[in-house]
Design a protein around this ligand. Structure first.
Ligand code: SAM
Length: 262
């Protein structure tokens, strides 16, 4: 899969650390709040990753409900299964958003956080999500527009080069800008749209952006046009900026709430 991340065991472990930062905990809370899961509901989590969100949704629907998480990565599915082992009504399968292995109208709701920007055929994934929802079912989609990122650096040109390479492996690093017409073309009604900022004005290991430094550095393809020394200097500069008290990071996620008409 083409993305800024290769979702192997190591990426899964790095994500694990990032996903417990207050930034990402708050993002999950905003996603759950947007979905408003009710007891007894069945919900599909598309690209469920390491299962944090599915586990929290499992708590909300309770044992009379059902959460199914699908993901193309076997490592992620294994981690998610282990995390939610004490919630038998939460299960995970390897699967692809563009070819969901479920019948028409089989879920009350669907959610997908930070996944659709990695999918080359987003429109197909939206059509599939629409198909598996019951009439009146809600779909909450959260994704990032990397155009909204500000990250202070003593070398803005190098920052711009590194980020351009990092996001160029996403299928669409600016997806939220075009989501409204895409959702509507798939048949959805738009219920709500909101920006969710992640703002790290301080250098702190317990933040999303601190984890992002290592995540990006470990996934950049060095060689043609990008030397390892450049990546190392980019990493060192961000840490130095932090130690000097000049740290600043900000980015916007966007939360779309859509509904399959009743
Ligand atoms: C950044 S992670 C987000 C994980 C999770 N949704 C969360 O917010 O915690 C992106 C996930 O999408 C999965 N993914 C990418 N393309 C996919 C596809 N076409 N179908 C299903 N999952 C996909 C990846 O394997 C990865 O686990």
């Amino acid at each position: 899969m083409a993305s800024i991340l290769q979702f192997d065991d190591e990426a899964a472990r790095r994500l694990e650390k990032m996903y417990t930062t207050p930034d990402v905990v708050a993002q999950r809370a905003a996603t759950v709040e947007a979905l408003r899961p009710a007891e007894g509901e069945s919900i599909l989590d598309i690209g469920a990753g390491n299962g944090f969100l599915a586990g929290e949704l499992g708590d909300r629907v309770g044992e009379t409900g059902q959460i199914v998480g699908i993901d193309t990565s076997e490592s992620m599915v294994a981690m998610a299964q282990a995390r939610c082992a004490d919630q038998p009504w939460v299960r995970f399968e390897v699967g692809d958003a563009t070819a969901l292995a479920f019948g028409h109208a089989s879920f009350d709701a669907a959610v997908s956080a930070q996944v659709f920007s990695y999918i080359p055929d987003v429109n197909a994934a939206l059509r599939e999500t629409y198909r598996i929802l019951k009439p009146g079912g809600h779909f909450v989609l959260l994704d990032t527009d990397w155009n909204t990122m500000s990250w202070n650096s003593s070398d803005p040109e190098r920052m711009s080069k590194i980020m351009k390479i990092a996001v160029s492996h996403s299928a669409d690093a600016f997806l939220p800008m075009t989501l409204t017409p895409r959702l509507m073309a798939a048949g959805f009604e738009i219920i709500d749209r909101a920006a969710f900022p992640i703002f790290n004005p301080e250098y702190d290991p317990e933040t999303y952006s601190y984890g992002l430094i290592g995540m990006i550095a470990s996934s950049l393809p060095t060689g043609d046009g990008l030397a390892q020394e450049e990546v190392d200097a980019w990493v060192a500069d961000l840490h130095e900026t932090g130690r000097n008290g000049d740290y600043f990071f900000s980015i916007n996620r966007f939360i779309f709430v859509a509904r399959k008409p009743a």
